[in-house]
Ligand binder design. Structure first.
Ligand SMILES: C=C(O[C@@H]1C=C(C(=O)O)C=C[C@H]1O)C(=O)O
Length: 376
């Protein structure tokens, strides 16, 4: 048996050759990029990569080595592609064509904002926090109506809830944003301290039925589990407060904000019924104008990944390679494509940053249904 130092000496010599060969291969890759610039051919050529793997692994009998060779060459080709994106993305005008960079959002005395629900809704609170008390605004009954209103150009901005610290993603909002040509231009958070509110002459022991938005019921699950009340979902927490006030039935209560309880003349039967102390909802500010602020710090994208081993891993490598930090990932079932998923990802950065442009250029080419949802 050879001495360890002797074996390591051979490994060092092999690695030395590998590094030189790798560098030589990457120079070829850069030349391919120049060639593709001239011909307009896509950087990613999956057919060529498939053929290469077949040829390179054909003679290998050992299953471990066959898999290992495949893995190392897939990785090599992925690095080679990223190198080409870094060369060509400087000339990629996708972002300039689709988005306008602005110093600040256009918000003035004529700006009109739409939110879902009725006065007293948390959406209204988010709107006031973002745009100020005096902003012109109106509300619509359903989340979908916010998106439709923006699309029809009947409002400048719209407010939609996107996720909550205790109940997670607000289902369906991402899908709605995708269905329309609108983008996220801002975000706002509101601490949701829910109360249980009833008629002024009601008390906790009289309650039989409780109304709230689905999220409100979820966020107060631990409190509600202690009681044998019927739970009824309505479109909005403020609507639940209005319903209890309108029905004038002391056995009914609402889970809503303190603000909504006060607005509809209800008595607070119990405070802080949400189980997480700092229960917070994140809202997005939507606009039909495709714009991003120079100081925006979060980019949101969506895409669908091919149903193949390692496909999401390869896509996420674009972020790692460009030193881009990911802060959120969500997956949603793709309509009509059973067990296939679309992904929504938030990363830290601005669309004017070369690293972000590089990463997005690669992801755009290697995924389906790619969309930049916004930079905010
Ligand atoms: C280098 C090329 O670009 C990409 C990278 C490949 C590689 O590194 O071998 C192969 C195919 C392409 O996806 C090429 O098209 O030949």
């Amino acid at each position: 048996m050879r001495e360890l130092t002797q074996i390591r000496q051979e490994i060092d010599e092999i690695d030395d050759k590998l590094v030189k060969l790798f560098s030589q291969r990457m120079k070829c890759s850069a030349e391919v990029a120049e060639n593709k610039r001239g011909t307009g051919k896509a950087i990613y050529d999956p057919e060529r990569e498939k053929q290469k793997i077949e040829v390179l692994t054909k003679g290998e009998e050992n299953p471990f080595m066959k898999k290992a060779t495949e893995e190392i060459f897939l990785q090599l080709m992925s690095i080679s592609r990223r190198y080409q994106y870094s060369i060509l993305s400087r000339e990629d005008h996708y972002i300039q064509k689709n988005f306008v960079e602005v110093d600040h959002l256009d918000i003035n005395e004529d700006t009109k904002v739409v939110y879902q629900g009725i006065p007293g809704a948390y959406q209204e609170e988010a709107m006031v926090k973002y745009f100020g008390e005096d902003v012109k605004n109106f509300s619509v009954p359903e989340f979908k109506d916010v998106v439709k209103t923006l699309d029809a150009g009947e409002a400048d901005y719209g407010v939609l809830p996107i996720e909550n610290t205790s109940a997670g993603t607000v289902s369906g909002i991402y899908d709605m944003i995708l269905d329309y040509d609108i983008c996220i231009v801002g975000e706002e958070t509101v601490e949701c301290h829910h109360v249980l509110a009833g008629l002024p002459d009601s008390s906790l022991d009289q309650i039989k039925k409780v109304y709230s938005h689905h999220q409100g019921l979820l966020q107060c699950k631990k409190f509600l589990d202690q009681w044998d009340w019927d739970q009824v979902k309505v479109a909005n927490t403020a609507i639940s407060a209005k319903k209890v006030a309108d029905d004038k039935d002391p056995s009914k209560a609402a889970i809503c904000s303190k603000r909504a309880a006060k607005l509809y003349g209800l008595k607070i039967l119990q405070r802080e019924v949400n189980y997480e102390g700092n229960n917070t909802t994140r809202f997005v500010i939507m606009s039909k104008k495709k714009q991003y602020r120079t100081d925006a710090r979060k980019v949101s994208i969506s895409f669908s990944a091919p149903h193949e081993v390692g496909s999401l891993y390869n896509i996420l490598m674009h972020f790692m390679f460009n030193d881009v930090n990911m802060c959120n990932i969500e997956s949603r079932p793709l309509p009509g494509r059973q067990w296939e998923y679309g992904f929504y990802i938030d990363v830290i950065g601005n669309l004017n940053d070369p690293a972000i442009r590089n990463a997005l250029a690669g992801i755009r080419e290697e995924t389906k249904d790619f969309k930049i949802l916004g930079n905010f």
